[in-house]
Design a protein around this ligand. Structure first.
Ligand code: SF4
Length: 498
């Protein structure tokens, strides 16, 4: 058995039927019994003798670093760890996105029912496994949600020896080496951005064929984690290698904070570089999707969106739409000016609502479907700010899209501020939340039908889940539209706790 085993909880070890949109279900409260959630929405990925055949991209990067340094390491399937972990195993590394359900999507989605999210439930299940509690086995946790655990009590509760915040490539080998030698580990390690030449190419396939093409974004929003501040595009040779490794995935998900700015030296997209990247991946003949894009990039380079649509065959029976995650965040130019000026560039903060509208028109013409986030409760937000955001959401009604309102989570430059919770919601927030839910219910059925066009079972499961959610939420929605809190006594949901 290997000395180091890397793993992640079940919600990260699923391809959600090939859809990152469905992956949002991990942040939902547990309204469907877990066996149904696992069967229809979050099916487990295959393994061979406990070794996961696909793993999250972040886990694969750490695996690549450790393999290059000569470690004896495998990625273990969370439900079959006993097949890869034994007395010889000295350290387990866990990747996590949202271990306590405190992430913006989870804390918002669970606010209406107060129930635990699937992500928190499965993380708890994983770290609670007896096989990970063996004396002498060191547990190191990293990943985008690791910040939720960086606190002594929580680490003791979950049996965690070390939490890594930030990008792990530059610190992983030193930490695992110490763990293997039985040397003390620092409880919390803050790792900075990894220089592009130190980001290794993965050695084994990722979930959904994720290929990371760039890190960071450079737009500098004040609530964004530090590693997003610098845009680092990876060279095409490295991307080619990762595409080749992912041939078994039969699908490629191109990941960057803004795929339209791959290779950009400034704020404007450089069309030729982006086209060269997508030509490279399209020639594999595999289905290609993209993770994130920015509205300002769409509005400043409409011809790029059109060229990508033609290249990838978007709008055909095989690929009816192209889903991509994007950030609206607010409809208020003054909040843009205060916290995220760079998000609007090359446009001015006061042009933001029109940038968002114009980008939606461009995307709709090309059958691109944005799944957008909003942030509620930014420090100093006024009633007018929230009203402006709601106005923008209402104007977007005609565009096939999803809009997910998120609670403000204090990170980065704003980490001294306080969490925004269901208790802080005022009438205008409930109205905004209701507008987003109405918008989503308007479009999600059609999107699910298109997305699961080849799987009757998944279409039925989605219909079932949506039906349950609609029925549970309808009375809440009516109250919210009146500006009333739907929570018993003002708030029955527990606010996020650290
Ligand atoms: S645009 Fe998105 S990724 Fe870029 S800094 Fe802002 S929040 Fe972060």
């Amino acid at each position: 058995m290997p000395e180091v085993v890397l793993t992640a909880d079940c919600t990260l070890m699923s391809d959600y039927g090939g859809s990152m949109f469905v992956g949002f279900a991990a942040c939902a409260p547990r309204l469907l019994p877990d066996p149904l959630f696992r069967l229809f929405l979050c099916p487990p990925l295959p393994h061979r003798k406990g070794v996961a055949l696909f793993a999250p991209a972040g886990t694969r990067k750490i695996e690549a670093v450790l393999l290059e340094e000569g470690f004896d390491v495998v990625v273990g399937h969370p439900e079959h760890l006993e097949e890869v972990v034994d007395e010889r195993t000295r350290a387990v590394g866990i990747t996590t996105n949202d271990p306590l359900g405190l992430g913006p999507a989870s804390s918002t989605l669970s606010s209406l029912t107060g129930e635990e999210t699937y992500s928190a439930f499965h993380f708890r299940k994983l770290v609670g496994r007896r096989i990970l509690r063996r004396a002498g086995l060191r547990v190191i946790v990293g990943g985008p949600g690791a910040w939720q655990l960086a606190e002594g009590r929580m680490m003791a509760k979950y049996g965690i020896d070390c939490v890594v915040l930030g990008e792990g490539e530059t610190v992983a080998s030193e930490l695992f080496r110490r763990a293997i030698r039985g040397e003390p580990l620092p409880p919390i390690v803050e790792a900075g951005p990894t220089p592009p030449e130190k980001i290794p190419a993965i050695k084994n396939p990722t979930v959904n064929g994720i290929v990371e093409v760039a890190r960071g974004c450079g737009r500098g929003c004040k609530f964004c984690v530090p590693t997003q501040r610098y845009l680092r595009s990876l060279p095409l040779e490295k991307i080619r290698e990762e595409v080749r490794v992912n041939a078994a995935a039969h699908h490629l998900l191109i990941h960057a904070e803004d795929v339209l700015r791959y290779g950009a030296r400034g704020i404007l997209p450089e069309e030729e570089k982006v086209m060269a990247l997508f030509r490279e991946v399209a020639k594999t003949g595999m289905d290609v999707s993209a993770s994130h894009a920015a509205f300002a990039s769409v509005a400043s380079a409409p011809s790029l969106v059109q060229k990508l649509t033609e290249l990838l065959g978007i709008g055909t029976r095989q690929k009816p739409f192209f889903g991509v995650q994007m950030g609206i965040e607010t409809g208020s130019p003054s909040l843009i000016e205060k916290y995220m000026k760079g998000k609007a560039l090359p446009f001015k903060p006061e042009e933001w609502p029109e940038v968002v509208m114009r980008a939606h028109e461009i995307l709709a013409d090309q059958n691109w479907v944005p799944c957008s986030t909003l942030v509620m409760g930014l420090p100093g937000e006024t009633r007018e700010d929230v009203e402006k955001t709601r106005e923008l959401v209402e104007r977007l009604a005609e565009f096939k899209s999803l809009i997910v309102p998120l609670f403000f989570v204090p990170l980065s430059f704003l980490r001294e501020e306080k969490f925004f919770t269901a208790k802080d919601m005022r009438g205008e927030h409930w109205k905004l939340y209701a507008s987003c839910l109405r918008h989503d219910f308007r479009w999600i059925g059609a999107l699910a039908r298109d997305h699961f066009k080849d799987s009757r079972m998944r279409r039925m499961a989605m219909r079932l889940l949506l039906g349950v959610m609609r029925r549970r939420l309808e009375p809440h929605l009516k109250l919210m539209e009146e500006g009333e809190s739907p929570l018993r006594g003002g708030s029955s949901a527990s606010p996020p706790r650290l």
